[in-house]
Design a protein around this ligand. Structure first.
Ligand SMILES: CC(C)(COP(=O)(O)OP(=O)(O)OC[C@H]1O[C@@H](n2cnc3c(N)ncnc32)[C@H](O)[C@@H]1OP(=O)(O)O)[C@@H](O)C(=O)NCCC(=O)NCCS
Length: 166
């Protein structure tokens, strides 16, 4: 299993994943649901790659790197790392967002992929802890986080705010 950064060579597999990922599932948003392969290659892929070193983006935009989890030649999930916290991220979605493709869920990929992503995030984010947010009814994601050393640092009506010490 490996985490591979978004790249043009893997365009078709990345597109297949992105185009079927729901627009919003448990708070993980995807504006590219249903996008064509042509549109993905021409516009979505360059945009997502550029988020690592954003150019001409608003002040509030934090650099974000997209990774895909691969098992042999199967792309099974997506993991995104936001490089540092702003007030909005600190009190919102935190450093990491992720999903596993529907047909691959419940096989340990979420837990393993989050583990690899946390290792990666440790060398990127300057904060002492990795911040994560999860909906209270999203038990599978909470289990992925807890298995990777997360503790509950707070909550609001809908979410738990979780943190993993570096
Ligand atoms: C959350 C998500 C990434 C989990 O991925 P996954 O590959 O299914 O996770 P795992 O297989 O590692 O399972 C983690 C744990 O959750 C449990 N689990 C899996 N699906 C479950 C479900 N539907 N209900 C309850 N528990 C579930 C597993 O049994 C496992 O428990 P264990 O550690 O006690 O064995 C995946 O369900 C997903 O992509 N959901 C939609 C997007 C999302 O919610 N992203 C996270 C936002 S915070």
């Amino acid at each position: 299993m490996e985490l591979r950064k978004i790249n043009p060579e893997d365009a078709v597999a990345q597109w297949e994943y992105t185009t079927v990922l729901p627009e919003d599932e448990n708070g993980l948003t995807n504006p590219y649901h249903g996008v064509s392969l042509e549109e993905y290659k021409k516009s979505v892929l360059p945009t997502l790659i550029s988020y690592e070193h954003p150019v001409n983006m608003p002040d509030w935009f934090v650099p974000e790197t997209f990774y895909y989890l691969w098992d042999e030649d199967c792309l099974v999930g997506e993991f995104r790392i936001r490089h540092y916290l702003t007030e909005a991220l600190r009190n919102g979605s935190g450093h990491i967002g992720y999903s596993i493709g529907k047909e691959y869920r419940g096989k340990g990929y979420g837990t393993a992929g989050l583990g690899l992503t946390i290792q990666m995030a440790k060398s990127i984010v300057p904060e002492d802890e990795i911040y994560l947010r999860v909906k209270k009814d999203n038990i599978a994601s909470q289990k992925c986080m807890i298995a990777n050393g997360a503790y509950k640092a707070g909550e609001d009506e809908e979410h738990y705010f979780m943190r993993i010490p570096k």
